[in-house]
Design a protein around this ligand. Sequence first.
Ligand code: ADP
Ligand code: ZN
Length: 295
Amino acid sequence: MLIGALEAGGTKMVCSIGTPRGGVLQRASFPTLTPEITVPQIVDFIKKFNVEALGIGSFGPLDLNPNSPTYGHITKTPKKDWEGYPLMPELARQLGVPTMIDTDVNAAALAEYKMGAGMGKGSLLYVTVGTGIGGGIVAGGEIVHGLVHPELGHMILAPEEGDPMPDGICRFHRHCLEGLASGPAIEKRWGLSAKLMTYDHPAWELEATYLAQMCANATMILSPEVIVLGGGVMQQTHLFPRIREKTLALLGGYVASDKLTPEGIDSYIVPPALGINSGVTGALLLGAQAIEQRA
Ligand code: ADP
Ligand code: ZN
């Protein structure tokens, strides 16, 4: 059985054809221009294969309330051409197969939960640190949606003393996580590409401080069984030991778990087990869920 997967991003649309368990057989990528140009390219590619369902992991925000008349539409987005676009219903109509949509980060969280770092666990938090910061929570096998969907990337943090840019760069909030710790925030603060900074640049201690605040807050609010940190900025793997140490310091020994000890934390705050494939795997799993829901 073949499933179609769409990873809908602000710069490109990656279409994959794969199996319900997440194996990828074919892939094509199209730049994200306007829906009029880009959607036919997606449909033409996927139509070449006899897919039985489509799973979409998309940039957002999205309307994910199944009872809403605009379920599966992109809502507000800085990408004006796509604002209000009915991405899921339109692809479902044109391809004529069961279709399911969720945010890109929720799809990745689902994949890590089912097939990666969360295998055998009851809950998982996945956070991507890239151009933006987003987080997805899976608990008891289900992606947590709630009122809208979590916006963990915009949690408000305590600015660190001596931070040359303590307010951050978010248009909506002062000193939120994304505004302080996304790739663009690092680059604006230090005037240097994050990729070019050596591991001893002061940027990284500060970055670890902010990501540790997030991990400590998430631990206290959600109590996930594992925290997965992915995205471009986390290619700086030296961040992991720093974040783990600072998270333990912030928690102050208060939360009693063998995971929250110097020995245990290495398996609590971890990189994605699926590497860069968590997004596509998640979209394929969503496609498989679309079939189950219809059955
Ligand atoms: P996106 O979030 O756009 O989907 P990424 O997760 O790759 O894509 O994030 C891109 C951001 O991550 C950029 O702001 C870039 O500065 C940063 N980034 C990418 N690779 C690295 C790296 N090796 N080291 C540090 N920062 C990186
Ligand atoms: Zn914000």
